[in-house]
Design a protein around this ligand. Structure first.
Ligand code: AHR
Length: 506
């Protein structure tokens, strides 16, 4: 172990960045692999309810406290014909899904998904197909979902058994339209015009909706950030958010450098904010375009198997795709990414952990109808979603740093502090991302009066590669006695390679 690291902060309840929009803790279910079929839906399974939804999976989703879930894709949406997936189930056609080279049975569609999201106390973030389809189709779907009654598509919904509209508030205008892999891929100019016209017309049907314009598929796209600038020049007047997507992975098996990667997310967010503000200035606009980081996670473990299935064994119905098995260091990375998102709560209003069940997911079900279980990444997400509701504070911080292969200077410990005035609680989220240095935390919290430590939760493990399986959870949080408050000063110990949540209150 090398010398001790240090993080010293002063917290003041009046130094506030922003309220956290609860939709920062959203997630994503795509018609992909075993996310829907054998994931959330498995008729005949002993734990499924009268609608075929897995009750054990719903319990875990509720534990995660997810307020919004993006649906039905992802790449899938760019070839999706939504009318195939509504109405009497025995008349729904099977289709080829070109995005994942699978067969789609359409047994689950917006009717069932909307019902499922209610059961898990969540809501739908709906994506429209701007790959193979366009303005009219998006309008038909919006009318089907949100118009009360008395028109062709609203009456069709009612004929299908749903009198009440689904009232979907957030709509994504396509998915990753900058990506050459996307069915119906477009240039920025082509997408910008299509998204502008689609958005304009959608808001005529329902002015209360919020729209998300496609940003770049990841930070390494050659067209980033020109894509955002060009498309937003078209969509600025009609949209509310621009989307961001990025996945991370320890591809070189260099954990210290991997864990520094959340700084790349931070830089990505700053660049997109700057680009949105540039367009606002150019348009002499009044409103800010905010950010919807609606695909983020670790994704790299399963890549080779996925390629093999799609290339050599295509057209299966719900094959096992993107089933990354997450280890302890991935949980640290997810914790770091959550901290980064919360630190930008003033502009990142929505974010979706991609995805939720079986596909690059915190929740897994065993193939062939067995048990469900929590992956390692489940825990930081659950903690952030549960205790990260409130106001992000702007602390003054002094701390130790280190260098990694690709990052000259990164903090030993990344942290964010959320103050919840209703609950009279502060939650300090901190990841010690060094592998050889415990970090001493000192926080001046005098402005909060006589707050004490309520609990200090830690996720740590000696083996960075430890995983959870259906047979048992090696990686699970524990409560430790490693912090205390004396005379308005919190002191604590943050072990090397650990995720920490220190909850303080009266
Ligand atoms: O989440 C998996 C895939 O990643 C999504 O379908 C796509 O949008 C992204 O490339």
């Amino acid at each position: 172990m090398s010398e001790m690291g240090r993080i010293k902060m002063v917290l003041d309840k009046d130094y506030q960045l922003s309220e956290v929009d609860k939709r920062l803790f959203g997630s994503f279910i795509e018609h992909l692999g075993r996310a829907v079929y054998d994931g959330i839906y498995q008729p005949g399974h002993p734990l499924s309810d009268e609608d075929g939804f897995r009750k054990d999976v719903m319990d875990l989703v509720r534990e995660l406290n997810v307020p919004i879930i993006r649906y039905p894709g992802g790449n899938f949406v760019s070839g999706f014909r939504w009318e195939d997936s509504v109405g009497p189930r025995d008349r729904r056609p099977k289709r080829l899904d070109l995005a994942w080279r699978s067969t789609e049975s359409n047994q689950i569609g917006i009717q069932e998904f909307s019902k499922w999201t209610k059961k898990v106390d969540s809501s739908v973030m709906m994506a429209v197909n701007l790959g193979t389809r366009g303005v009219q189709d998006a309008l038909n779907l919006l009318e089907y979902c949100n118009h009360p009654a008395g028109t062709r598509y609203s009456d069709l919904r009612i004929a299908h058994g749903d009198r009440d509209p689904y009232d979907i508030k957030v709509w994504c205008l396509g998915n990753e339209m900058d990506g050459p892999w996307q069915i119906g891929h477009k240039t920025a100019e082509e997408y910008g015009r299509l998204a502008e016209e689609t958005a304009k017309a959608m808001k005529l049907i329902d002015p209360g909706i919020e729209l998300v314009s496609c940003g770049s598929s990841n930070v390494d796209m050659p067209t980033f950030p020109e894509w955002e600038a060009t498309t937003l020049e078209h969509t600025y007047d009609y949209v509310d958010y621009v989307s961001m997507h990025n996945y991370y992975g320890n591809r070189d098996n260099d954990t210290v450098d991997y864990l520094a990667g959340s700084d790349d997310m931070d830089r990505f967010i700053r660049t997109v904010i700057a680009t949105c503000d540039y367009v606002k200035a150019k348009k002499r606009g009044k409103k800010d375009i905010n950010l919807s980081f609606d695909e983020w996670n670790v994704w790299f473990h399963s890549n080779e198997e996925d390629d093999d299935i799609m290339q050599n064994h295509p057209w299966q119905h719900h094959p096992s795709l993107l089933e990354d098995q997450y280890n302890f260091e991935d949980a640290l990375m997810v914790g770091l990414l959550l901290i980064t998102l919360m630190k930008h709560a003033d502009r990142v209003k929505m974010a979706c952990l991609a995805q939720l069940v079986n596909v690059i997911a915190p929740i897994m079900t065993e193939a062939g109808g067995g048990k469900s279980y929590r992956q390692t990444i489940f825990y930081p997400f659950m903690h952030a979603s549960t205790y990260g509701r409130g106001i992000v504070l702007v602390p003054s911080i002094h701390q130790t740093r280190h260098a990694t292969k690709n990052h000259d200077e990164v903090t030993d410990c990344e942290s964010v502090v959320v103050y919840n005035p209703e609950k009279e609680e502060i939650s300090i989220f901190a990841v010690n991302r060094t592998l050889d240095k415990d970090v001493e935390l000192e926080a001046d919290i005098r402005s909060f009066g006589d707050y004490k430590v309520r609990e200090h939760i830690v996720l740590e493990h000696d083996d960075l590669k430890a995983v959870n399986t259906a047979l048992g959870e090696q990686v699970a949080p524990k409560i430790v006695q490693q912090s205390k408050v004396e005379d308005g000063v919190l002191t604590g110990l943050l072990h090397r390679a650990s995720w920490n949540v220190i909850r303080l209150g009266k």
